[in-house]
Design a protein around this ligand. Structure first.
Ligand code: CMP
Length: 138
């Protein structure tokens, strides 16, 4: 048993039919899914989840994008989960993402970048708890 990270398959990747391929890459890389749901964020949910970006010029666009359709939210477990997952998804900007990474394969732009990955153990815990109750984690 390892430690945990939190991910979302974002509306662009869901719209484009990439849920299955992305989950396959995640599990093939050794991550165990310990919680997962298909859901759609409200504007309030997205505003709260991305509160840290509230003053950024792209905040409105980010909330608009993240609420425009359903997402898949999941908590993943693996040794070194946060760093290994960030390596698997690639740079925030898909144009800068390494070959074979999820964003290189499935993302179109820095805004619509297919997947989220927590940036620290602390944020992984906060973000996981935002989306899941204790009874939804197995
Ligand atoms: P993520 O790192 O998952 O969480 C913050 C998100 O803000 C990021 O993914 C991008 O989707 C978005 N973002 C970051 N920088 C920009 C930008 N310059 N323009 C639009 N969206 C951005």
């Amino acid at each position: 048993t390892g430690n945990r990270t939190f991910t979302m398959i974002k509306p662009d990747a869901v719209e484009n039919g990439h849920i299955g391929a992305i989950l396959e890459k995640i599990t093939a890389a050794g991550f165990k899914i310990v919680a997962m749901k298909y859901t759609q964020l409200s504007r309030r949910d997205a505003g709260e989840f991305y509160a840290i970006h509230k003053e950024r010029p792209f905040f409105g666009e980010l909330v608009e994008f993240m609420t425009r359709g359903p997402i898949v939210a999941a908590i993943l477990e693996k040794d070194n989960a946060v760093d290994d997952f960030r390596a698997l998804i690639g740079a925030t900007n898909p144009a800068e993402a390494a070959e074979g990474t999820i964003r290189k394969l499935y993302a179109a732009s820095i805004g619509e970048n297919a997947v989220h990955g927590s940036d620290s153990d602390e944020n992984a815990a906060i973000e996981g708890a935002f989306h899941f109750s204790g009874r939804e984690v197995y």
